[in-house]
Ligand binder design. Structure first.
Ligand code: FAD
Length: 509
């Protein structure tokens, strides 16, 4: 297969993006941050992932495929690889110059229960506990059929990735999880760049065509059956016919208009999302009569840098960090679900807080290297020095850390009843602080699907030939997503979309 290569070299992402057709900017960090490639670059460096990505030359575009997959994030690439495994001839169409979407930005990891890696680490977990934790996190508003399918297929998704050379065997805690369940690359690096690199490598090895700069503008339907899409490729409009269409265009966390329409109270919030998260798939599916659910359920993440939307991964708290207010005091259980921690921060008079951690934690959570590169980490050789740096009372911060280390030692947090992520104290110099506040992070609502990933209309009937997976779908997370469940969602339901779309194409065309 003839290819052109967009080299995404670590530490030169802005140059690489401009070579791939993104307008160049004077500010390399802005470019990198808005597309998520900075995270990828630093992750590549940490995890040893490959340094180049390959896309299909536009001249090779055909006018018909068995399965057309719209969007090259994690769900889209998982769907494509699975469809190919099932014997289909799939294609992936991506509107941005690079694959990855929000998936590239994902930092914490992927939740899964009853995995071989949990067993190897003597972590006791069960699909039922995973189900219960997720239901509790979503305050019982989750779509229970989707949730059951999800937990029961999570270990298999970890194995499927591992068989493709994407090994997530380093397990930690995430907010709302009662046991260690969030799976990360071996070296503790951010999951996103490593996952996208691995999926893209497998897309390439399987010779699945993947076209970038290809905006899907409409989903076509004839006689009640979806049969292709309209695209705009470098300014040229074309029709691509399909045996089935799988839509994996992600959420709408970067679409201010849609955010305000569904949640006027979130106007002006900073967003952690990729610029491609504009809700296109949801809008196109609504035009076909597709049903949406939970559109007002938008997750705000508690730990976001306000100047540019950089997310500070939950891993930092999962590895033991605490949150303090401007008085230098803890004010909430840091491992509570995201909605509650966000609310606790917004309730502070200053509406912001500091994550506090030590050098041993920075070693365990490789993401911290990236945050240091971004210049958002304050440090001090002693707790007193750190307190001075961030203008907090030295005595109070010292007292807070002493109390916390005692709570870790006794495994008893009398102040806020935190029960998880208390395996390590915070005693290794230097000490660090990152100033954070809540930001828009994940759109939990979206199009309604069943466990076969068929898109449902207003009467709960499947729209023939149309499948959807990933952040553009709604229901799984209910009104609050547990950290680590979105990456699991895109692999589990992305694969299912690949399988079911292939089956439909084979049986109906
Ligand atoms: C900063 C950050 C950190 C996160 N960390 C975690 C984590 O640790 N664990 C976890 O579980 N979740 C995490 N999440 C959430 C998770 O990453 C996303 O929900 C998930 O990756 C979405 O995957 P997706 O495949 O559905 O969509 P995406 O990965 O967003 O991919 C969608 C793709 O479709 C493309 N597209 C959109 N419209 C069109 C169109 N019209 N035509 C063609 N292409 C189109 C987009 O450009 C994009 O490339 C994080 C999210 C963010 C933003």
């Amino acid at each position: 297969m003839k290819k052109f290569i967009c080299s995404l070299l670590a530490f030169s992402s802005a140059m690489a993006l401009s070579a791939c057709g993104v307008a160049s900017s004077d500010n390399a960090e802005d470019n990198a941050q808005s597309s998520g490639q900075a995270t990828e670059a630093s992750t590549d460096a940490a995890s040893g992932a490959s340094e180049q990505e390959e896309y299909t030359d536009p001249s090779e575009l055909e006018n018909k495929y068995d399965v057309v997959i719209v969007g090259a994030g994690g769900a889209g690439m998982a769907a494509a690889i699975q469809a190919k495994e099932e014997g289909a001839n799939p294609v992936i169409l991506e509107k941005l110059p690079v694959a990855g979407g929000n998936t590239t930005k994902s930092s914490g990891g992927m939740n899964a229960s009853e995995t071989k890696f949990q067993e190897e680490s003597d972590i006791e977990d069960s699909n039922d506990t995973f189900y219960d934790d997720t239901l509790e996190g979503g305050q019982e508003t989750n779509d229970k059929k989707l949730l059951r399918y999800f937990v029961d297929h999570s270990a298999d998704a970890i194995d499927w990735l591992d068989n493709m050379g994407i090994t997530l065997n380093n397990i930690s805690y995430s907010g709302g999880a009662s046991v260690q369940r969030i799976h990360r690359p071996e070296d503790g690096a951010a999951v996103g760049g490593y996952l996208v690199d691995g999926l893209l490598r497998n897309v390439n090895e399987n010779e699945i065509p993947i076209f970038v700069n290809t905006d899907v503008t409409n989903i076509n339907e004839e006689n009640g059956q979806v049969d292709g899409v309209e695209i705009d490729m470098d300014g040229d409009s074309q029709t691509i016919d399909a045996g089935a269409v799988a839509v994996t265009t992600g959420g709408y966390g970067a679409n201010e208009e849609m955010i305000e329409e569904n949640r006027p109270d979130l106007e002006g919030y900073v967003s952690t999302n990729s610029e491609g998260s504009t809700g296109d798939g949801i809008k196109m599916i609504e035009e076909l009569g597709g049903q949406t659910v939970d559109m007002d359920q938008i997750q705000v993440h508690p730990t976001v840098i306000q100047k540019d939307g950089t997310l500070i991964s939950e891993t930092v708290r999962g590895e033991g960090a605490i949150l303090v207010n401007q008085e230098g005091e803890r004010f909430f259980n840091e491992m509570e679900t995201r909605d509650k921690v966000s609310e606790a921060i917004t309730d502070l008079p200053e509406e912001e807080a500091y994550l506090i951690f030590d050098d041993a934690l920075a070693d365990r959570a490789k993401q911290v290297d990236f945050y240091k590169e971004q210049g958002v980490v304050e440090s001090g050789d002693s707790i007193e020095e750190l307190a001075q740096e961030i203008n907090i009372s030295e005595d109070q911060l010292k007292e807070t850390l002493d109390n916390w280390n005692e709570a870790v030692d006794k495994e008893d947090d009398q102040d806020f009843e935190r029960e998880t992520a208390m395996d390590y104290d915070l005693t290794t110099r230097p000490f660090y602080a990152i100033k954070i506040a809540p930001g828009i992070h994940h759109t939990m609502g979206g199009v309604k699907i069943n466990t076969d990933t068929e898109v449902l209309d207003e009467d709960d009937q499947a729209i023939s030939g149309l499948y959807a997976a990933g952040e553009l779908t709604g229901g799984l997370h209910g009104n609050n997503r547990i950290g680590g469940n979105a990456v699991a969602d895109i692999i589990i339901f992305g694969r299912q979309a690949g399988t079911q779309a292939t089956k439909f194409a084979q049986e109906n065309n």
